[in-house]
Design a binder for this molecule. Sequence first.
Ligand code: AVI
Length: 344
Amino acid sequence: MPSTTFALDEPLISTLDAVANEARVGLSSAPKTLSPWLFYDEEGSHLFEQITELPEYYLTRTERSIFAAHAGEILREAALGQGPSGKLTLIELGAGTATKTGILLAEAVRQQGSVVYQPVDVSETALAEASENILANIPGVTVRSQVADYTREALPLNRLVETRTLALYIGSSIGNFMPEDAKDVLRNLRAQLLPGDALLLGTDLAPSGGAHANKTPATLLAAYNDAAGVTATFNLNVLTRLNRDLGSDFVLRNFHHRACWNPTQSRIEMHLESLIDQRVQIPTNSSGPAFTVDFAQGESIHTENSYKFTAAAVEALLASAGFKRTNSWQDPQHLFAVTLAAAI
Ligand code: AVI
């Protein structure tokens, strides 16, 4: 299960309605689109876990290495300015199984003796796994899981007396939102915080020319089009999901995974490209009557954007949502950034 925004466990009625609606709207629009939350059924969540361990997918291990190198500093700076008895409470948006968070939690326990950790995710299963792992491995952590979709609902923040909140939004999850939506997610978070609380934001960095040219579009393209084909399977799984949930008749071998770098928008785009002229049937469902979707050869469904940020873009995004950047850390190759910001 990913540490991500869109994990969904079971096809609850409301989830099926959402899938039906998404398919109708997205596949009837020009160009055709499907939202990335559709990736994360059980199989897609499992495939995403595999992606995070691929040699080409540097994001997860690089962010983890930044935490390993700088957790002490990050936690100390997040706690700056609070009273002697005050402690940090950590809340994590889209926590998933919280695999990277352990480094920060262990450091929080070292610095303050104990810590309350509130992971928020739509997946109850992922939260149960996170809680079990953390309680078994990091003494001193109290876990208060919250099942919620922070992209749609107000954040269920439990504020404890004499504590300051450090919100974690890591894993580059913010990069899967369109810029306006990314701002809204952070504004929603900011509305639940008090001045002096903090946010730790993980973002994948844009390729840099000049001094740090070790990150190029080729680095990104490899990460989203791995040699083993796991990302292709992850992308195509969305069609398997539609066939299962809606009874549509997508033939997977007639589509091809394509990742491309869009320099103007500073994002990787994932598409499912039709290899032939074809017609797909979607039966009647809760969103309306049966409909057909025609594809010309080479036409694609746009399934994901993954925005890549400059340091200045991160700072501007934070400022637009009521946060002020206080510090940031990057790996030595400048692949990934972790930025600390204060709620102002
Ligand atoms: C969850 N998210 C941050 C991933 C990303 O890198 O944008 C999703 C992903 N898509 C393809 N590979 C990974």
